[in-house]
Write a protein that binds this ligand. Structure first.
Ligand SMILES: Cc1ncc(COP(=O)(O)O)c(C=O)c1O
Length: 406
């Protein structure tokens, strides 16, 4: 065969979380008890709200399986617009496009803005970084994102951002993500205002504000969107995946300035045609019912309970780690450098976080994701939207395996 993949597509790294999910699934199929802190989803532990299931089933039975307008079903666009108002945003339905998942919304937003022919074609993100922000710019331009550091609380380093924007005229987009995957950090309002004040000086630069975890924030912290301060430059991402346990339903959205949203709608129409209509109907009904966010806050409370169990067990049992308590999303991202350089009982040295994750998988059936997959070596990411007992026993197993290292 002489067919070759394109150079840019060929440079794409596989999604590390989905790769690890397939290893965990293989172990489970072999009948092993696996403590799976790998993939970031709530299902099967916390399920899709029943109203969504009912509406989706009814939509299928009543043959709502045809195309919707490319930008989305008008009922859903209006429900998302009303819901965004609950987060102090004022997008109208014509400023919203529904896509097959938040990742796809990110991809299409980037595609609509950055390209080979534009002089501004680089994307900036903060490290540690969610995998798609690393890979999608490579697919679109052949170049990885420019990575900027975060503070020790995993918050964007504002000065470095300002310096970069002053010097570099190739920047097209800056990605913000609060609540954050993988760190669980939540950006405070003052930080968002500081970032907005800087980016405002560069009207040709856009912001993608990934807010897929906007309702999962703990300990009386609040979600703030930079779109409230920078409406003409910001693209807000959201969707069913993380908010209501609908990862496999593939429904995300992007909301932002209307002219570019119309371009994104054309991209959507030419690539996916539209998102499956039953899921759109289900999310629309959900948003129309959850006007006070109660259903979503119930989910958040279940996740907070799991976060507390995880931290408590980790604190008691895992001796050589340090961490920042996550304030949102459902990830824990401890620094495990204290275990690097140690020897296993079979004499192998744990050189790095990838060795550590593999060691925990092999000796304790504990699935974690190495921090280096998020550009932060020495850490592990633990997704904790899982059964509380699995969390407890999983951390015990993990601690036992870690204690055996010398
Ligand atoms: C911050 C963030 N944005 C976007 C996504 C993409 O969600 P999906 O894969 O459902 O499109 C994820 C998934 O883990 C995420 O963590």
């Amino acid at each position: 065969m002489n067919l070759k993949p394109s150079i840019w597509a060929d440079r794409l790294a596989p999604s590390p979380t989905l790769e690890i999910k397939s290893i965990a699934d293989t172990l489970k199929q072999k009948g092993k008890k696996v403590y799976d802190f790998g993939v970031g989803e709530m299902n099967p532990e916390i399920k899709l709200p029943s109203i969504v299931k009912t509406v989706m089933s009814e939509a299928i039975i009543s043959d709502m399986t045809h195309y919707s307008p490319a930008a989305g079903d008008p009922e859903l666009l209006s429900a998302i617009s009303n819901d965004l108002h609950r987060f102090d945003l004022t997008h109208t339905p014509s400023q919203i496009v529904v896509c097959p998942g938040p990742k796809d919304a990110f991809f299409k937003t980037c595609l609509a803005i950055i390209g080979q022919s534009s002089s501004r074609n680089r994307l900036v993100a903060f490290s540690p970084i969610y995998e798609s922000y690393q890979n999608i710019p490579v697919l679109l331009t052949g170049q990885p994102p420019i990575l900027l550091p975060t503070t020790r609380h995993f918050l964007p380093d504002v000065e470095r951002l300002e310096d970069l924007l002053k010097q570099d005229q190739t920047i097209a987009l800056i990605v913000l993500n609060s609540p954050n995957n993988p760190s669980g950090a939540v950006y405070p309002l003052s930080l968002i205002q500081d970032i907005a004040a800087i980016i405002e000086k560069y009207p040709e630069v856009g912001v993608i504000s990934d807010e897929v975890y906007r309702t999962i924030i703990y300990d009386n912290h609040r979600h703030h969107s930079i779109a409230a301060y920078l409406p003409d430059q910001t693209f807000v991402l959201g969707g069913m995946s993380k908010e209501i346990s609908g990862t496999g339903l593939r429904l995300g959205f992007v909301a932002g300035p209307e002219t570019i949203l119309q371009t994104i709608a054309r991209v959507e129409g030419n690539t996916s045609s539209c998102v499956n209509l039953p899921a759109q109907k289900g999310y629309a009904q959900f948003l129309q019912q959850d006007t006070n966010l109660k259903l979503r806050y119930d989910i958040r409370d279940q996740l907070r309970k799991r976060r507390d169990i995880l931290i408590q067990n980790f604190h008691q049992l895992v001796k050589c780690a340090t961490w920042k308590t996550p304030l949102g999303a459902y990830y824990f991202f401890p620094n495990m450098q204290g275990y690097l350089g140690k020897k296993t009982t079979t004499g192998n040295i744990i050189q790095n976080d990838q060795d550590l994750a593999l060691y925990l998988l092999k000796t304790a059936n504990v699935v974690t994701i190495p921090g280096s997959k998020f550009d932060r070596s020495g850490h592990l990411r633990l997704a904790y939207a899982i059964n509380p007992i699995t969390i407890e026993i999983g951390i015990q197993q993990m601690a036992k395996a870690l204690d055996q290292l010398q």
